[in-house]
Ligand binder design. Structure first.
Ligand code: SF4
Length: 293
């Protein structure tokens, strides 16, 4: 195994300052992502950060790396295209719960069942922040928001359980209040070969007055500190996914080893698209012309 030379997080400092509200959980996620890249010795030009739309989706502008700020709910599709074109890039998607678990949920599910080697860091604040506080797919039942003034009646999505049943091979959760632990979860996801989801509790201090820093600080515990917890046991992992209340688990819930899409797809497994010739061989061109006339 090649020796990893860690890099300082100053390597990833952007000239653009984050415009998030003071105290927003997304600051912790940005720091953790830089720490993870530094721990793995990833140079800025080897890191591609892709986002959709939302407060958290502004993140690619706040880190010195390659980046794409794409369309609402389409970050996963763009990231898949980038990874299939160039397998050497470390592709990380960053975005919010509304963008990923609402508008983009179709792309999310299909990327997981393909087991593409990308890492998805979701800043899950359980609210739509950019549009000033409407209920999102992960808003808890009975919580009052601008769009649910009498309390949310919809059952929230369970992103970790959804990820496991959809085929994700690395499923973890972290909390912005603990960026060191979060950086380990993100670094593990980047290092993992296959689709990695790192769902993060990233409090929206402006619009979510329920799921706050103190709310999580009082409840979270780490799976790696639980004696005998086995990340390869899918039934136990699913049980932990549904644990919510006085105790809420953080850490690596589930990990599996499966073939990745890039190495299974015949058109890609020899060499990525960026290394393939775009020219058409003369005999194939002639065959196509014959078919059409
Ligand atoms: Fe963060 Fe919420 Fe402010 Fe958006 S509105 S920047 S999510 S605190």
């Amino acid at each position: 195994m090649a020796t990893v030379l860690p890099l300082p997080i100053t390597n990833y400092e952007s000239v653009v300052e984050p415009d998030w509200c003071p105290g927003c959980g997304d600051f912790g996620v940005l720091k953790a992502l830089k720490m993870a890249a530094g721990k793995l010795g990833i140079q800025p030009h080897e890191l591609m950060v892709v986002s959709g739309i939302g407060c958290s989706s502004n993140l690619p502008g706040f880190i010195h790396a390659c980046g794409v700020h794409s369309l609402h709910g389409r970050a996963v599709a763009v990231a898949e295209g980038i990874k299939l074109a160039n397998h050497d890039l470390n592709v990380v998607i960053t975005g919010g719960d509304g963008d990923g678990y609402g508008i983009g949920i179709g792309h999310f599910i299909h990327a997981m069942r393909r087991n593409i080697d990308i890492t998805y860091v979701v800043m899950n604040n359980q609210i739509y922040g950019l549009t000033t506080g409407q209920a999102s797919p992960t808003t808890m039942k009975e919580v009052r928001t601008k769009s649910t003034p009498r309390g949310n009646v919809e059952t929230p999505i369970n992103p970790l359980a959804l990820a496991i049943v959809s085929g994700a091979t690395y499923v973890a959760r972290a909390f912005s209040g603990e960026p060191e632990h979060m950086s380990d979860m993100i670094a593990g996801g980047i290092r993992h070969r296959g689709f990695a989801l790192v769902d993060t509790f990233s409090p929206c201090v402006t619009y979510n007055k329920v799921n706050t820093y103190p709310y999580f600080k009082q409840r979270v515990y780490k799976l790696e500190e639980e004696a005998g917890y086995d990340t390869g046991n899918v039934e136990k992992a699913m049980q932990r996914c549904f644990e919510w209340g006085d105790r809420i688990p953080l850490g690596l819930f589930y990990r599996d080893t499966q073939p990745i899409y890039e190495e299974s797809e015949p058109a890609l497994k020899e060499t990525p698209l960026v290394k393939q010739s775009l020219s058409l061989k003369k005999e194939i061109f002639n065959e196509l012309v014959q078919e059409m006339i």
